[in-house]
Structures are given as structure tokens and as C-alpha cells.
Unconditional design. Structure first.
Length: 114
């Protein structure tokens, strides 16, 4: 992909280019402090490898899901393992050597073709 083909909104924000290594859907449970009831939500997490040759780093990328989805079987994994993508990020943080990122809600990863 040439730079002229990249949308302007991607060039303005934080982004990540990496190879998708796979994904998993997690069901996270918690207790709501307001009413004391148990609640849960789904979280889609992809693992990406970023870097070149001898400097490769793993990055966990969380994808926001529609809160109406309650069954993990309903979540569609749209990214293919082994394919490189350009991702627009809402946040990126490194804590204790682990790097985590979150996609901007509604953004679509752009597949990079060699």
C-alpha cells in the first residue's frame, strides 16, 4: 500500500502496523457496584507481532464489541492469521514489558498486501 492510499484520518492519529498471530474472545465477569448484581461482557483480543528481523515485539490489541452481543459464538473474527494490517489505535501502553493497545471504535483494520 502506498502512503497516498492511506486515509487522512489514519495519518493523523496513532497507528500500528503488524502481523496478526491469532485472536480470542473472552467473557469478563464483574459485580456492578450500584446494584450489586453480577454482570459480564465480551472482549475480543488479537495478538500482533510488530517489528523487523531481530526486534520483534508482541502487542495485545483489544477490539471494542457491541454490548448487545452476549454469546461468544456470535463474535466474528475478521482478521486473518499471518496477514499484516494497519490499525488505528485509541490507546497504546506498555506495562512491565507487556504492550497493550485498543482499537478506535468503528475503525476497520486495513489489510496490507505485499
Amino acid at each position: 500500500m502506498k502512503e497516498s492510499n492511506i486515509p487522512d484520518e489514519l495519518l493523523e492519529g496513532s497507528f500500528l502496523i503488524g502481523e496478526c498471530r491469532g485472536g480470542i474472545v473472552d467473557q469478563i465477569g464483574y459485580v456492578d457496584k450500584k446494584d450489586g448484581r453480577s454482570k459480564d461482557f465480551l472482549k475480543l483480543t488479537y495478538l500482533f507481532e510488530v517489528g523487523k528481523a531481530n526486534a520483534i515485539k508482541s502487542v495485545k490489541v483489544d477490539v471494542p464489541l457491541d454490548p448487545k452481543i452476549v454469546d461468544p459464538g456470535e463474535v466474528k473474527m475478521e482478521l486473518n492469521r499471518g496477514q499484516r494490517y494497519l490499525l488505528r489505535l485509541q490507546s497504546l501502553r506498555t506495562e512491565r514489558g507487556n504492550t497493550e493497545a485498543r482499537l478506535v471504535a468503528g475503525s476497520v483494520p486495513v489489510e496490507i498486501v505485499k
